[in-house]
Write a new protein. Structure first.
Length: 250
């Protein structure tokens, strides 16, 4: 399997099993360089399983090519070194550390490589998330849900990712905060980073994405341009809460 420079991620026939139960069955998808691709579907469809397999946290079968190179046999740490970054559903921040220390920790692999430009990237994260700069000395565990999500995104950006994988970024957030988070996700296009967005909030996800996939019971059942998926009667009725006669109201 070979990728191209225009493809950040190409997955073919990805399968993951828990014992005898197959949680993901022959899933195939692509993420174009600099694009936002979303995978929507109900709880338990296998969305998080997919991300964990792509990150190397779960054993899987199938082919995964990242920036044109196969990932078979590549350890998690090496995937991170290559710019593959996962923001998990639980955010997994260090609550007893300050906001700024959490951000700096995101750049740890870069510090180890003695990369230049980390201080400038920290300033860039603060420009993108002014609230984090206001709370830079505050303990991460004292932040609100929306602020914790911003910190998780900011920490991921400090790693200098080429592909950012987001697992349910809207989970547990108030609607007004969800809008803010998705506005930020959409704005990440300007950085050139590619994004694979896993999300139950289909409406918000399809509004920011370029392309989308629908995952149900471990299988990709639909795919297409995000705007077209939003108009698909099945998607509209099942995931957008619209009756068939009101598809145009998305």
């Amino acid at each position: 399997m070979s990728g191209t420079a225009a493809t950040a991620l190409e997955v073919r026939d990805l399968a993951v099993a828990y014992g005898k139960v197959e949680a993901l069955h022959r899933a195939s998808l692509k993420v174009g360089s600099g694009s936002i691709v979303t995978v929507i579907g109900p709880n338990g469809a296998g969305k998080t399983t997919m991300l964990y397999a792509l990150m190397g946290l779960l054993p899987s079968k199938g082919e995964i090519a990242y920036l044109g190179a196969p990932l078979a046999g590549v350890e998690v740490e090496e995937r991170v070194e290559r710019g593959l970054c996962l923001v998990p559903e639980r955010r997994e921040l260090f609550g007893e550390m300050s906001v700024e220390d959490n951000l700096r920790l995101g750049a740890y692999p870069r510090y180890r490589r003695r990369e230049l430009g980390i201080a400038g990237d920290l300033r860039s994260v603060y420009r993108r998330f002014p609230r984090l700069e206001e709370r830079r000395k505050q303990l991460a565990g004292t932040l609100s849900g929306g602020e914790r999500q911003m910190l998780a995104l900011g920490r991921a950006l400090m790693a200098g990712p080429k592909l950012l994988m987001l697992d349910e970024p809207s989970l547990g957030l108030a609607p007004i905060v969800v809008r803010e988070i998705f506005h930020i996700i959409a704005s990440l296009r300007e950085t050139g980073v590619s994004i694979l967005l896993i999300e139950q909030n289909a409406r918000a996800a399809l509004q920011v994405a370029d392309y989308g996939y629908v995952l149900e019971t471990g299988e990709i059942v639909l795919e297409g341009a995000a705007a077209e998926l939003a108009q698909n009667p099945r998607v509209a009725e099942t995931y957008l809460g619209l009756a068939r006669g009101n598809v145009g109201a998305v």
